[in-house]
Design a protein around this ligand. Sequence first.
Ligand SMILES: Cc1ncc(C[n+]2csc(CCOP(=O)(O)OP(=O)(O)O)c2C)c(N)n1
Length: 364
Amino acid sequence: MTPLASRETPQGPLRILRDDDQAPEVPIEPGELARMYRTMLLARNLDDRLIRLQRQGRISFHIGSLGEEAAIVGSAAAMLPADWIWPCYREFAAALYRGMPLEAYLDNMFGNADDPSRGRQMPDHWTGRAWNVGSVSSPVGTQIAQAPGMAWAAKRRGDDVAVLVYFGEGATSEGDFHVGLNFAGVFKAPCIFFCRNNGWAISVPASRQTASKSIAVKATAYGVAGVQVDGNDVLAVHRAVREARERCRRGEGATLIEALTYRLGPHSTSDDPRGYRKEEEVEPWRAADPLPRFRRYLEQRGLWSDADEERVTAEIESEIRAAIEVAERKGPPPLESLFDDVYARRPWHLEEQYREALRLREEG
Ligand SMILES: Cc1ncc(C[n+]2csc(CCOP(=O)(O)OP(=O)(O)O)c2C)c(N)n1
């Protein structure tokens, strides 16, 4: 089920969903399984809609999760409400799973007046303190060093809080990867490092990121647990993260999880992967698409049907349509807000610029 065998550890990644779509002893409630699948469907529909909005010039950018939905939703579903997640940028489905409303996500996509980043960030740079979701940062990998700091603080306070941090395999070539994992290893921070190894960092293949056999094997050097999982098997991802969460609770510290998956789409709305990768490489991963795979499992357990698929898809489409309509109508943040949130007390030079901006607006 993971066509790029060259990225596997010798023992192979953890799998739960078998080739016959059955899975033994899945300790997840049927209602939660359906919610996981629904969120994966929502992510896929959102990707499709947002790419079209970008092509119509209604948003400026989108960075999607096509093909990576199992890795993203399976991991988010395994965390507890008091936990935190530190996203990369593809994990909007994880934030939605944790309760971030669709409208809040779309507020950021439009950079409108209700966007928590007040339109100062690119689209797909959402954040949500209310749902324990850290802010997406543009520089690759910075969150890998921030997350274990937060996890260590929780440990010092004696809170049962763990932190899940997402990143791609390209980010493992950044210094932050070493800083974060080394810190977590030394201080036994309750942190789960979740690498979505999706084969490509824009146009650079995973094979150019490391000479190691895998990303997971690097855990040994940092003295943390390391697991490689089939990232298109939502149940295996859930189990790997839940077990890592339990290690955090027992005070055993961090885990590095490498989820083998594949970026079926472009890096973002700004590139065309046909310029750097061959269609023959993509095809087997289309056949390993995590959505139909999970759906077949749910169907054979009697937890999902064609009628459910049709009803839920229609629900999702109308939710997305309604939320886009509201977010698009809100308009941009007020000009004055440009000068807020920088200093507690505005210094004289900013005060001057502020007055100048108001004057220019009045003059039209
Ligand atoms: C420090 C830094 N270098 C380069 C970039 C440009 N850039 C943005 S995303 C990206 C690829 C990241 O790949 P990966 O970490 O594998 O994550 P993926 O996009 O595959 O999910 C690059 C090089 C950046 N944003 N920050």
